[in-house]
Design a binder for this molecule. Structure first.
Ligand SMILES: [Zn+2]
Length: 214
């Protein structure tokens, strides 16, 4: 099943993959340094800037596989001169429908992967399919993308790292604050089910931001 066609103004750096069928997790050999070893039970501990949400993150192995892909896409974005963020749209049946990574390096600061997903879904999927789909992302949606997600009528969001973590990390790296307030998704879109962060994956995202500013 090939889903739709894409706008002609999308440049060659744009990640646009339509994948048929479920992903096979064993195919994900991530490049780059190995993830830091995180002892069992340490999730939410330490200095990773975990937000006030201390509830155990409700993710399963499939969620983790998609989040690992998001981190890989974030690494690809970094390698392409952009900010390290990546996102995946997954159908109710577990099919990866669309992937995108951040593309702000060209000067358009709205080129966020979550925004691209919301627009693609609105143009391509029926409302029921949007509502049943899940968006996985390396970093929690910003308010712009949370709003786009909600306007598109998309379903659950799962993120590897939170906006509060990102805010803390960037402050530690001496990066000027964002012009947009880093509100949690549910402050903008109260009806969206949200899970995250995931401690060891968040550390990998943090490393990407360190590399961006190194
Ligand atoms: Zn955004």
């Amino acid at each position: 099943m090939i889903l739709g066609s894409f706008a002609p103004d999308e440049g060659p750096r744009t990640v646009r993959r339509r994948v048929v069928g479920s992903l096979v997790s064993s195919t994900f050999a991530l490049p780059g340094p190995a993830a830091p070893s995180i002892p069992e039970g340490s999730q939410g501990q330490g200095d990773t800037g975990t937000s006030a949400h201390e509830d155990p993150t409700m993710i399963d192995d499939k969620d983790r596989t998609h989040l690992e892909r998001c981190v890989e896409l974030a690494s690809d974005a970094l390698a392409s001169g952009h900010e390290p963020f990546g996102s995946v749209l997954v159908s109710k049946d577990g099919d990866v429908l669309f992937e995108a990574f951040n593309e702000v390096g060209g000067g358009d600061a709205t080129r966020h992967p979550e925004f691209a997903i919301a627009r693609w879904a609105a143009q391509t999927l029926q409302p029921d399919d949007r509502a049943a789909a899940t968006v996985y992302t390396s970093g929690e949606h910003c308010p712009m993308c949370s709003a786009a997600h909600a306007w598109a009528g998309l379903g659950r969001i799962v993120y590897a790292s939170s906006s509060s973590q990102l805010t803390q990390w960037l402050a530690e790296l001496g990066v000027a604050p964002s012009p947009v307030r880093p509100l949690p998704i549910n402050e903008v879109a109260p009806g969206v089910p949200v899970d995250g962060p995931v401690a060891d994956l968040a550390e990998r995202v943090r490393d990407l931001h360190r590399r961006k500013r190194a």
